[in-house]
Design a protein around this ligand. Structure first.
Ligand code: AMP
Length: 597
């Protein structure tokens, strides 16, 4: 761990990417295979490989207390150090006492991380963390804590670790990226690179892959400016999900690669009978089914090629996100909830089908594969003991909305719906579709290049999003305050930030938009994840992402970002986004400059 920490210090000491990757490459080469594999994961700012569900479950407050106890520092000393560094790992490096001895091995640290993750209860976990930190040198502790909090803050992203792997072991960067994307484990990628068998990397079912992301556009003209032929879909306001279907079993994963099948027990059954194993990409939404199901008709993408035709197809419609929210984060979904808030999985892409990865095929071809897959008769499926699979299976004959089903029970209503895709060729048509999408209560449109391949984890110009708001920012909460009036006693005022390179810079403060229930829940979270208690105000772990809307933006030195937002309001919590995915200062500047025109 000493060598890793020393390498990290050197990486932090330069802004040159080439130097950074050189240091990582040299370090990896100097290690055994196992050590290099574990180190690559740590260098990506993770305690465990990306695909794994394992989490440490050790909060910032607990870490803070451990560092305080082991250092014997006064609270004020620690607070002072935190103000200077803004990072608990760096604080630990400064305040912990030097110790003699061998230090720790990275494998030992990883082994302890796994024991911590498996331990029952916060007290047992805290004792293990304390023991680990007490055996580390201050420099090692600095980086152990940074890994534990998920952010090294040394200007090293996973993409640079990929470059370093290519440099260290001599594969092409594209091969390394592809292998890492498929196995979802940068440590495993190191092993493959070392053996010179990157091309043998295989996608594994039930290991979520990265999601393809979209870039915002400001006008219909811009929406058609990047590519020749576009497929246009409604932008549904729900949560993004990747479904893995194999051997009669189906699981759903969120954008943060967490498994979310439990929250939607009715969905796996509806998918498990697909005729082929598959990985599908789509949006789970709260769905209002048409009153008369016999009135519904199936949509096959190219058949419905213009907006007017679409209006005649009655599939039902998405309900607002706030409705879906009531179903999120639950371990157990009551029958009442299933009945009152049925959901649907709106599928818009396919990554794998029939034994073949299809991500490199153009969207027009993936669309066809998806249509065939969903239109084929569903076979009956094996029960595997999870969630709703204990229940009666829904109609499996064809697309769920294609069938009249009696009696209408919520489980049977769980639907897998092919998101209708349209072709447009002019900005006017796009505007028309946008208006229709909004009439249906959807957020706007997604505009996709029919010739593009599926690029996981990338935000490029092949997928574009056209939204209702002038602009919203996805921001990270950095500090919270107690509210006033009926909000006394709850942490309801949030200060939030955007990214400037590796740093979060505050850009505004908002206190309206969340429901009382959400505020109560967030209050508890913030109490558990306080980094510094300043009495009326608490700095908190920068993990919570909010979507904020505002009327306009001003230049101001009130916040570190140099901007302030006018009438900011919280549109919603974004539990599906990690802090790293929040917006950047550059994006804020773009919005500001557009508004000046
Ligand atoms: P945003 O969350 O604002 O960055 O917008 C991108 C998100 O829109 C995706 O991650 C999906 O969750 C969601 N979305 C809704 N409908 C679609 C669609 N038809 N295609 C792709 N993404 C969609």
């Amino acid at each position: 761990m000493r060598q890793l920490a020393t390498a990290c210090e050197a990486i932090a000491g330069t802004t040159k990417k080439l130097l950074k990757t050189g240091i990582v490459a040299d370090y990896l080469k100097s290690r055994t295979t196992d050590e290099a594999a574990v180190s690559a994961v740590f260098l990506s700012g993770r305690a465990f490989p990306a695909w794994e569900e394992t989490t440490l479950q050790v909060g910032g407050r607990s870490l803070w207390q451990i560092v305080a106890a082991l250092s014997g520092s006064q609270e004020s000393q620690l607070t002072g150090a935190y103000r200077r560094h803004g990072d608990l790992g760096a604080v630990a490096g400064e305040v912990l006492p030097q110790r003699a001895g061998q230090g720790l091995g990275v494998l030992e640290v990883e082994g302890t991380f796994r024991q911590i993750a498996a331990a029952r209860g916060p007290a047992a976990r805290a004792a293990m963390v304390r023991d680990l930190i007490s055996r580390a040198t201050p420099l090692e502790a600095k980086y152990i804590i940074k890994v534990m909090t998920g952010d090294l803050r040394i200007g090293l992203k996973e993409s640079l670790v990929e470059e370093a792997i290519a440099r260290a072991y001599g594969g092409t960067l594209a091969d390394v990226q592809r292998a890492n994307m498929l196995v979802g484990d940068i440590g495993e990628t190191v092993r493959l690179a070392l053996k010179g068998i990157l091309s043998a990397a295989e996608m594994r079912m039930f290991h979520p892959l990265g999601f393809m992301l979209a870039s915002p556009i400001e006008s219909a003209e811009e929406g058609l400016s990047y590519f020749g032929e576009a497929a246009v879909e409604d932008k549904y306001d729900g949560i993004r999900a990747q479904a893995h279907v194999a051997d009669g079993e189906a699981k759903f994963f969120s954008r943060t690669r967490d498994e979310i099948t439990e929250s939607f027990p009715e969905l796996p059954d509806a998918l498990a009978g697909l005729p082929q194993d598959a990985i599908l990409d789509g949006e789970i939404v709260a769905w209002e089914y048409p009153r008369d199901l016999s009135d519904t008709r199936r949509v096959v993408d190219e058949a419905a090629s213009d907006a007017s035709e679409q209006k005649t197809v009655n599939l039902g419609r998405a309900r607002p996100f706030s409705v879906l929210q009531q179903r999120l984060g639950r371990k157990k979904v009551s029958d009442k909830m299933l009945r009152e808030i049925p959901v649907a999985f709106l599928v818009f892409d396919v990554l794998y089908a029939g034994g073949e990865l299809v991500m490199d095929r153009p969207l027009r071809e993936r669309g066809r594969i998806l249509d065939e897959l969903l239109a084929a008769p569903r076979k009956s499926f094996n029960h595997r003991g999870h969630g709703g699979s204990q229940r009666r299976s829904p109609a499996q004959g064809a697309l769920a909305f294609d069938v009249e089903r009696e009696p209408r029970d919520p489980i049977a209503e769980a639907s897998i719906i092919r998101a209708p895709a349209f072709r447009v060729s002019s900005p006017e048509e796009l505007e028309e579709l946008f208006a229709v999408a909004q009439e249906r209560g959807n957020e706007g449109l997604m505009i996709k290049d029919l010739d593009s391949s599926y690029t996981p984890g990338k935000r490029g110009k092949s997928w574009l999003k056209m939204k209702r708001e002038l602009a919203t920012l996805d921001v990270v909460v950095t500090a919270v305050e107690y509210g006033h009036g009926k909000r006394v006693g709850v942490l309801s005022d949030y200060t939030f930030a955007v990214w400037q390179a590796d740093r979060l810079v505050n850009i505004g403060k908002a206190y309206s938009g969340l429901t009382d229930d959400e505020i109560a829940e967030m209050t508890q979270w913030f109490l558990d994840h306080t980094v510094e208690d300043q009495g009326f105000r608490r700095t908190v772990e920068p993990k919570i992402v909010l979507e904020v809307a505002f009327n306009n933006m001003m230049q101001s030195d009130r916040h570190e970002s140099g901007y302030a937002l006018r009438f900011p309001r919280i549109v919603r919590l974004r539990p599906d986004k990690s802090a790293e995915e929040a917006d950047t200062l550059e994006r804020a500047r773009e919005i500001f400059e557009k508004q000046q025109k």
